[in-house]
Design a protein around this ligand. Structure first.
Ligand code: AMP
Ligand code: GLY
Length: 429
C-alpha cells in the first residue's frame, strides 16, 4: 500500500514511524513533514507552500495513495474527509460536521449539554458588554475560551476580574497573539487531575487506546500558560478500568448519540480531554478530533499491533473484529521547546546531540529544519523524546537522559513529566 500522512509535527513523526513498521506498506508520503520524519524507512516528503485540500487530492491521485491519515485538526475541520470521499479516495478521520466537536467549542458545549454529559458550566457571548457583566457575577478563577481553532493557545485561566474584562475586550478586537474571535465561551474553573482519553470510533463501536496524560502548562508543577503539551506518558492510573467504563458510557456514547440525532456519524480518533475530580468523577474539558501531540508519541511507542490494520478496520467499519495489543511497559515523552514558546520564539538554532542513542528511546522531530546539513530549530516545540521502561520511573529517567544529550541555545523543557504519578501525588491521592 501507499500511504499519505498530512502534518509536520512530533505526532505525525510517531505515526510515520509506526506505519513504516507495517509490512502492508510500500511507500509513505508525508506532506509537508519535517527532515526528522524523512529519516524513517519508506518515507518521502512532499513539500508544497500553503497547501489546499485540492492539493492533497492531487497528491493522493498522483502517488496512487491507498489511504490518507490526517495528523492535525485544521484539515479535518476544513472538511478534507468529505472532499476525499467525494473523489473516492480513502481517508482516516472524522468528516467536517463531526470535526466541529473540536472546531467549535460552542458546538461542543451544546452537544455535551444536550447529552447531559458532565462538563464545566458555561455561557457563550458574542459581544463584550454582556460577557463582562457575566464575569462580574462569577467566582474567580474563571476560564475564558476563544471559539475556533487556536493551536491550544485560545484558553485563558484568569484569577482577577480586571484582567478578565481586558481579555474579553482584547479577544473580540484581536489584540491577543493573533487570536481574534466573534464568540467567546466563559466557563467555571474545574479542579482535579487532567487525563487524555483517546478512542477509535466507527459507527456505534468505540475502542479506547492506551490511557495517557499530557502536561499542558509551560512550567513545572503545572504553572504558567497553556501550551500544546510539554510532555506526556502512558498508561496512567488516573484512568483505571472503572473510570474507562464511566467515560465510555457516560461521556463518549451520549456524545455520539447526540451527534447521530443531528445525522452526524463519527469515524476516526476521538480525544476527550478530561478533568477527573477528587471523587474520581470525569468531566469533559474539550474534545479533539485527532490524536494528541505529545500523547501520540507515548501511546504509539506502546502499540504492539500493526497500526495500518487499525486504520483499515476503522474505515471499513470492522472494529468488532479488532483487538489492539499494547506493550506492558510504560512510555514517557519529554518535549524540548524553544525559549519564548508558547509566545514568540527564535528559529534557526543549531541542534546538537541528535546522533546519540539509548536503547528503548526514540527521538521524534516536532519542529526542525535542515541548514548546511545540520538540524536547526524551526518551531515552538522542536523535539519530543520518548522512552519505554518497565515502569514509568524508568521510562522517565531514560527519556530525561536522552533529552539531556540534545541541546541548542535556548532549549527549554519541564523537569517533572510523570512525577506526580510516580510519587502518588495527584491532588486527590
Ligand atoms: P481546552 O483546549 O479547552 O482543553 O483547554 C486547554 C487547557 O486549559 C486544558 O487542558 C486545561 O488545562 C485548561 N482548562 C480548560 N478548561 C478548563 C476548566 N473549565 N477548568 C480548569 N482548567 C481548564
Ligand atoms: N496535547 C494536547 C493536544 O494534542 O491537544
Amino acid at each position: 500500500m501507499n500511504l499519505l500522512i498530512i502534518g509536520s509535527g512530533g505526532r505525525e513523526h510517531a505515526i510515520a514511524w509506526k506505519i513504516s513498521q507495517s509490512n502492508k506498506v510500500k511507500n509513505i508520503y508525508v506532506t509537508p513533514g519535517n527532515p526528522g520524519i524523512n529519516l524513517e524507512e519508506k518515507v518521502s516528503l512532499i513539500e508544497i507552500d500553503n497547501p489546499t485540500i485540492k492539493d492533497y487530492i492531487g497528491i493522493a491521485k498522483e502517488k496512487s495513495i491507498d489511504l490518507t491519515i490526517v495528523g492535525p485538526e485544521a484539515p479535518l475541520v476544513e472538511g478534507i474527509v468529505d472532499e476525499f470521499n467525494k473523489n473516492n479516495l480513502k481517508i482516516f478521520g472524522p468528516n467536517k460536521l463531526a470535526s466541529q466537536l473540536e472546531g467549535s467549542k460552542d458546538f461542543c458545549k451544546n452537544i455535551l449539554n444536550s447529552g447531559n454529559v458532565r462538563t464545566a458550566k458555561h455561557r457563550s457571548f458574542k459581544e463584550s458588554i454582556s460577557a463582562i457583566k457575566y464575569v462580574k457575577e462569577q467566582n474567580m478563577p474563571i476560564v475564558i475560551k476563544a471559539d475556533g481553532l487556536a493551536a491550544g493557545k485560545g484558553v485563558f485561566i484568569i484569577d482577577d476580574r480586571d484582567k478578565a474584562y481586558k481579555l474579553i475586550n482584547d479577544l473580540f478586537t484581536g489584540e491577543i497573539g493573533g487570536i481574534k474571535t466573534s464568540l467567546i465561551i466563559i466557563e467555571e474553573f474545574l479542579r482535579g487531575e487532567e487525563a487524555s482519553f483517546i478512542c477509535l470510533v466507527s459507527g456505534d463501536k468505540v475502542i479506547p487506546l492506551a490511557s495517557s496524560k499530557d502536561h499542558k502548562k509551560l512550567y513545572n508543577g503545572d504553572h504558567g500558560p497553556n501550551t500544546g503539551g510539554m510532555g506526556a506518558y502512558s498508561p496512567t492510573k488516573l484512568i483505571n478500568s472503572k473510570i474507562s467504563n464511566v467515560v465510555i458510557n457516560e461521556i463518549i456514547t451520549p456524545t455520539l448519540n447526540e451527534l447521530k440525532k443531528k445525522n452526524i456519524e463519527y469515524e476516526g480518533f476521538l480525544y476527550a480531554g478530561l478533568m477527573i475530580d477528587k471523587n474520581q468523577v470525569p468531566y469533559v474539558l474539550e474534545y479533539n478530533c485527532r490524536l494528541g501531540d505529545p500523547e501520540a508519541q507515548a501511546i504509539l511507542m506502546r502499540l504492539e499491533s500493526d497500526i495500518v490494520e487499525i486504520f483499515l478496520a476503522t474505515i471499513n467499519k470492522k472494529l468488532d473484529d479488532l483487538e489492539i495489543k499494547w506493550k506492558s511497559e510504560s512510555a514517557c515523552t519529554i518535549v524540548l521547546a524553544s525559549e519564548g514558546y508558547p509566545g514568540p520564539y527564535e528559529k534557526g538554532k543549531k541542534i546538537e546531540g541528535l546522533d546519540h542513542e539509548i536503547s528503548g528511546t526514540k527521538v521524534f522531530h516536532s519542529g526542525t529544519s535542515i541548514q548546511d546539513r545540520n538540524f536547526i530549530t524551526n518551531g515552538g516545540r522542536v523535539i519530543s523524546v520518548t522512552a519505554l521502561g518497565v515502569n514509568l520511573q524508568i521510562a522517565q529517567a531514560k527519556a530525561y537522559d536522552r533529552s539531556n544529550q540534545i541541546s541548542w541555545e535556548g532549549k527549554i523543557k519541564r523537569h517533572d513529566i510523570g512525577e506526580k504519578e510516580i510519587n502518588n501525588k495527584f491532588t486527590f491521592s
